[in-house]
Design a protein around this ligand. Structure first.
Ligand SMILES: [Zn+2]
Length: 457
């Protein structure tokens, strides 16, 4: 996987203004797009493709949780909830080593690439060793994540997490949270240690974990100390219990409280933001911050349904993330984003606006815009100056064969379970060919060894 300039001739490519014909795409050795020219003639020897899309941004990931997916679906003695799931997740988080984090992340990122994500924002909160002591290198585990991203080829926004308390009113951390313990100072040291890794394929931001886990003064301190323009992400209003606890502790709902107390703008991504009042919907939309929606995880954990229609009407920005990784597919994420709305409202075709009436096109393009903003990288459009992140769909598949380009996204997002992503270019490198990741065998082998070791540990 060498870094080389390259080109691709697409009979149909999804550009900023919609589908265009006969598009010549070219990129430089750094992985930036140089050209996305419609109406071109294929140069001799240039590779050709049928339908080409910009690769999706995955704006919320806890990579290590990939190894836990599907293993928390047995009912306990009482009613299960997000909070009982979290206990199981902590037990797992307290065993995994830095080497194992790297192997699991590489597996996850290769899967994400195969399904059409070309970049990911890693909300990274295992910062200490299994005893809760600091590593000799403060960014030990974060560097492992960066290595996994490099190995897989996916673009990365690394967000070291600040995590100081177990609940509102600065409750002390529990033993299960010992590996997450960080304040502004340690997070900023980790950010600094990651500086040399920054480049076209890797950005570094930071993430106050949630209003439960940090004080508002810590949040302000971190946001002010982080270099200008770097992304800031926070979990917020995911669970009703969290909203009630915030009301009890502060007299205000979480999003209201955050906006009252901190300067929230377009460099922020509010992850989940599931439970919003009408006033909070308006505030979040007007701020220019991105809502980070994770529909498959939110369904799996019984969080609730985001008020998408009202948020779109207010001009809100959103993107998607796979969070706990019960799914690694942007198709499934976007499908469930729309299906949640249909089920709740007993209606069809909800995610549209006055101009874009095609649900699949609206979802793909808006999730790209929001995701690019949340990632703080030059992503989301096949246009010169952005990263060369693209997907070639399998135009021979029965779902796509002979299709008018305007129907391609509808088929892709709303029909069947075959993976229609055939080839993937991330940062100007081909990383998936014919549905296989180019380093798949080695990555899968390492991952299997880790899962076996964790099972017997
Ligand atoms: Zn999360």
């Amino acid at each position: 996987m060498s870094d080389q300039a390259g080109s691709l001739f697409a009979r149909h490519a999804l550009l900023a203004g919609g589908w265009a014909r006969d598009v010549l795409l070219a990129w430089d050795a750094q992985g930036d797009l140089l050209q996305a020219e419609p109406g071109a003639v294929p140069p001799p020897g240039c590779e050709q493709a049928g339908y080409v899309l910009p690769g999706m941004v995955n704006l919320h990931s806890h990579a290590f949780q990939r190894a836990l997916g599907g293993l928390t679906e047995k009912a306990g003695p009482g009613p299960d909830s997000f909070w009982t799931w979290r206990e199981l997740m902590y037990r797992f988080a307290n065993r995994i080593s830095p080497e194992q984090i790297e192997a699991v992340a590489a597996q996850l990122y290769a899967e994400c690439l195969r399904h059409g994500y070309t970049s990911v924002c890693e909300f990274h909160y295992i910062q200490r060793d299994v005893n809760g002591e600091p590593y000799a290198r403060p960014a030990e585990t974060a560097e492992r994540v960066a290595r996994a991203a490099h190995k897989s080829g996916i673009g990365l926004t690394l967000l070291p997490v600040m995590y100081s308390y177990a609940g509102f009113n600065e409750q002390p951390l529990t033993p299960g949270q010992r590996r997450f313990r960080t304040g502004p100072e340690l997070v900023l040291r980790i950010v600094e240690a990651l500086e040399p890794l920054r480049g076209p394929q890797l950005e570094v931001g930071a993430a106050p974990h949630s209003l439960r886990a940090v004080s508002i003064s810590q949040l302000r301190e971190l946001a002010q100390a982080l270099p200008a323009g770097r992304p800031l992400h926070i979990h917020i209003a995911e669970q009703q219990l969290e909203v009630r606890q915030c009301l009890d502790a502060t007299g205000r709902r979480p999003v209201d409280y955050l906006f009252d107390e901190a300067a929230i703008d377009a460099r922020w991504c509010l992850v989940h933001a599931t439970h919003l009042s009408d006033a909070e919907i308006a505030r979040l939309a007007a701020s220019g911050a991105c809502a980070g929606l994770c529909p498959t995880t939110e369904a799996n954990l019984g969080d609730g349904i985001f008020p998408l229609e009202a948020f779109i009407a207010a001009g809100g920005r959103f993107g998607i993330g796979s969070d706990s990784h019960v799914s690694q597919s942007p198709v499934e994420e976007l499908r469930w984003l729309e299906y949640g709305q249909r089920l709740a409202q007993q209606r069809r075709n909800v995610a549209v606006d006055g101009e874009q009436r095609d649900v699949a096109a609206f979802l793909w393009q808006r999730a790209l815009q929001g995701g690019a903003q949340a990632a703080g990288r030059r992503l989301g459009l096949l246009t010169p100056g952005r990263r060369a992140d693209l997907l070639v769909l399998d135009s021979d598949h029965p779902n796509l064969d002979g299709l008018d380009a305007s129907d391609v996204l509808g088929r892709f997002l709303f029909c069947g379970n075959d993976n229609l992503v055939r080839d993937v270019l991330a940062g100007g490198r081909w990383v998936v060919r014919g549905g296989r990741h180019l380093d798949q065998d080695a990555i899968v082998q390492d991952y299997k060894a880790v899962v076996r070791a964790l099972r017997t540990a």
